[in-house]
Design a protein around this ligand. Structure first.
Ligand code: HEC
Ligand code: HEC
Ligand code: HEC
Ligand code: HEC
Ligand code: HEC
Ligand code: HEC
Ligand code: HEC
Ligand code: HEC
Ligand code: HEC
Ligand code: HEC
Length: 279
């Protein structure tokens, strides 16, 4: 059946009515008014910096925290009927729309949010369920224990951190945040030019008299899986192909029974031997 233009218009109107719900003449009345009837909601915020008692306002306005998201509430507060951006309206927002609610106040996030690999899929409240009374669907786990929290979604990494050789993230000894930023671009790739690994493995940063070119410049992930591995020392491969991927021209003195790094045991750099054989 072809839909008639009239029917489509009617459907659009219904959608518009279901979504746009604050009357034109509604004005902002302040969170204190909302709390009179919605103390169940405001109590959730009491345990966060967003508590109504802190009286945060959208910068440059007099709009308090409840109406920042729900719109001007004077008519609603009097009539106790919808007349407000309520559940249906909120459900019509996509991920970006949900994050935009937060960035009304957290304006310093707007710029770096654009380069955030999470922006398209994950909104602020998915992670900050403790700061948003409507919570997040992502995780019931304590969000400050990143190993538990981030791996609710990042299942592949959960597998890597469960491997026999691993950084002990799930055990809480180090965090995702020790290597990844949290918001924006920094989240994406760990900045290897200011090698993050050196924060903890300082002895690998040299300087060495005989550097192993690509190593000391910080390409740790050429040989190590930073999360976890089935191979000792988090190595990506348990064979000489680890070295041959770059040194394909040195097969001349290849010794079958030995690993390259049994002889070249100063693989990260040496102060005494140009062929990296002593540390
Ligand atoms: C950052 C945005 C945001 C802020 C701030 C906020 N809300 Fe909400 N609120 C929402 C969203 C989103 C929903 C929809 C919840 C859902 O999808 O179930 C909602 C739902 C509601 C509901 C209906 C469902 C329920 O939980 O009872 C009430 C009532 C409500 N909010 C009141 C308040 C009050 C009062 C405040 C201030 C103390 C407040 N909200 C602050 C975003 C916000
Ligand atoms: C005089 C009491 C009263 C005041 C004041 C009041 N509300 Fe409500 N509100 C209600 C009632 C009653 C409902 C419908 C039942 C319910 O969900 O609790 C409601 C529902 C809501 C809903 C959900 C609407 C939906 O989609 O179902 C939101 C959101 C909301 N109120 C926000 C606010 C905000 C924001 C303020 C402050 C500007 C406020 N309320 C002030 C009584 C009040
Ligand atoms: C009405 C303004 C306003 C809105 C809307 C708002 N915030 Fe905030 N928020 C603040 C202010 C002000 C602070 C305290 C100063 C700071 O940390 O930036 C704060 C603090 C925080 C903190 C720090 C918590 C801590 O323990 O230090 C987080 C996280 C946060 N907000 C997340 C969010 C998220 C997520 C949303 C949307 C769901 C949101 N905020 C919506 C104003 C707001
Ligand atoms: C992938 C999860 C995730 C997303 C998405 C996310 N955050 Fe965060 N955010 C965190 C974590 C984890 C912390 C650190 C919390 C701690 O250590 O207490 C944090 C810290 C914060 C803080 C307090 C510290 C600081 O850096 O100022 C604010 C404010 C904040 N986030 C706001 C936001 C806003 C606004 C958004 C959406 C634009 C957002 N966050 C999206 C995980 C996330
Ligand atoms: C609600 C689910 C969810 C949570 C919680 C979450 N992420 Fe993500 N994350 C995603 C999605 C979806 C993507 C984009 C798709 C992809 O690349 O996997 C993503 C992308 C990423 C990327 C970029 C991956 C790439 O290939 O470029 C990193 C890094 C990342 N997340 C780290 C984290 C960290 C660290 C935390 C905890 C602070 C976290 N995530 C929490 C869902 C989540
Ligand atoms: C020891 C530092 C370190 C820790 C801890 C860490 N990561 Fe990573 N992560 C990296 C590096 C380095 C890369 C880039 C790997 C590459 O370039 O091959 C990366 C890449 C990623 C990617 C992109 C896809 C991939 O596997 O290459 C995701 C997603 C990710 N990490 C999520 C997480 C999550 C979630 C946690 C915590 C549970 C975490 N990481 C903890 C260093 C770390
Ligand atoms: C926040 C500190 C921290 C950061 C950042 C960090 N590591 Fe680690 N790393 C550790 C700790 C702690 C261990 C475990 C040492 C142990 O158990 O003996 C470890 C173990 C290792 C091991 C195995 C050592 C062994 O003897 O089995 C390798 C390889 C390694 N890290 C490489 C890296 C690489 C590559 C990076 C950067 C992507 C990195 N680390 C970043 C703290 C860190
Ligand atoms: C060319 C491959 C290669 C690169 C690149 C590399 N490593 Fe390694 N790394 C190894 C090998 C092979 C071992 C095991 C050596 C052994 O068992 O003596 C190892 C062992 C380690 C260990 C544990 C043993 C020890 O010596 O403390 C740490 C920690 C480590 N590497 C950190 C790093 C960091 C940080 C980087 C980046 C700056 C890095 N590695 C880059 C090959 C590499
Ligand atoms: C990502 C590429 C890469 C990987 C992987 C790599 N190397 Fe290298 N290596 C280099 C580069 C580049 C140089 C310096 C230029 C040259 O001599 O070829 C170098 C230099 C060396 C030297 C010193 C040569 C000299 O006399 O200057 C030795 C020995 C060496 N590597 C051994 C190894 C061993 C053992 C492994 C495996 C654990 C390994 N390399 C893995 C890139 C790599
Ligand atoms: C039995 C010990 C031993 C093993 C195993 C070994 N090497 Fe060597 N390698 C040496 C010695 C000794 C030298 C120094 C030769 C010299 O100074 O003339 C050397 C020199 C090198 C050099 C620098 C000179 C050149 O030939 O380019 C590279 C690069 C190198 N080895 C890479 C490797 C790689 C890659 C492997 C594994 C496939 C490997 N080595 C396995 C002992 C070993």
């Amino acid at each position: 059946m072809k839909k008639s233009p009239v029917l489509i218009t009617a459907l659009l109107l219904v959608a518009a009515v279901a979504v746009a719900q604050t009357p034109d003449d509604a004005i902002y009345v302040g969170s204190d008014v909302c709390v009179d009837c919605h103390d169940d909601v405001s109590m959730i915020y009491d345990n966060t910096p967003h508590s109504v008692t802190n009286d945060f306002k959208v910068p440059g306005t007099d709009i308090g925290i409840c109406e920042a998201c729900h719109g001007p509430g004077s008519v609603h507060a009097e009539e106790e009927e919808e007349n407000i951006y309520g559940i249906d309206y909120m459900a019509s927002l996509d991920v970006a729309g949900k994050s935009a609610l937060c960035m009304q106040c957290h304006t310093n996030r707007i710029a770096n949010h654009q380069n955030d690999p999470h922006a398209e899929y994950v909104s602020c409240n998915n992670c900050h369920s403790d700061q948003a009374h409507y919570g997040g669907k992502a995780s019931q786990a304590d969000f400050r224990v990143a190993g538990q929290f981030c791996t609710v979604c990042h299942v592949e990494q959960l597998v890597e951190f469960s491997m026999p050789y691993r950084h002990r993230v799930l055990e809480g000894e180090i965090d995702c945040q020790d290597c990844h930023g949290l918001h924006g671009e920094e989240l994406n790739t760990v900045d290897m030019t200011e090698n993050i690994c050196f924060n903890c493995h300082t002895e690998k940063s040299g300087p060495f008299i005989f550097e192993h070119e690509d190593v000391t410049s910080g390409e740790c992930a050429e040989c190590h899986n930073p999360h976890g591995s089935i191979n000792d020392k988090l190595l990506t491969q348990d064979s000489n192909s680890l070295c041959i991927q770059c040194h394909y021209d040195t097969e001349v003195h290849f010794v079958q029974e030995k690993r390259c790094y049994e002889c070249h045991n100063a693989v990260h750099g040496s102060n005494s031997d140009s062929s990296l054989r002593t540390r």
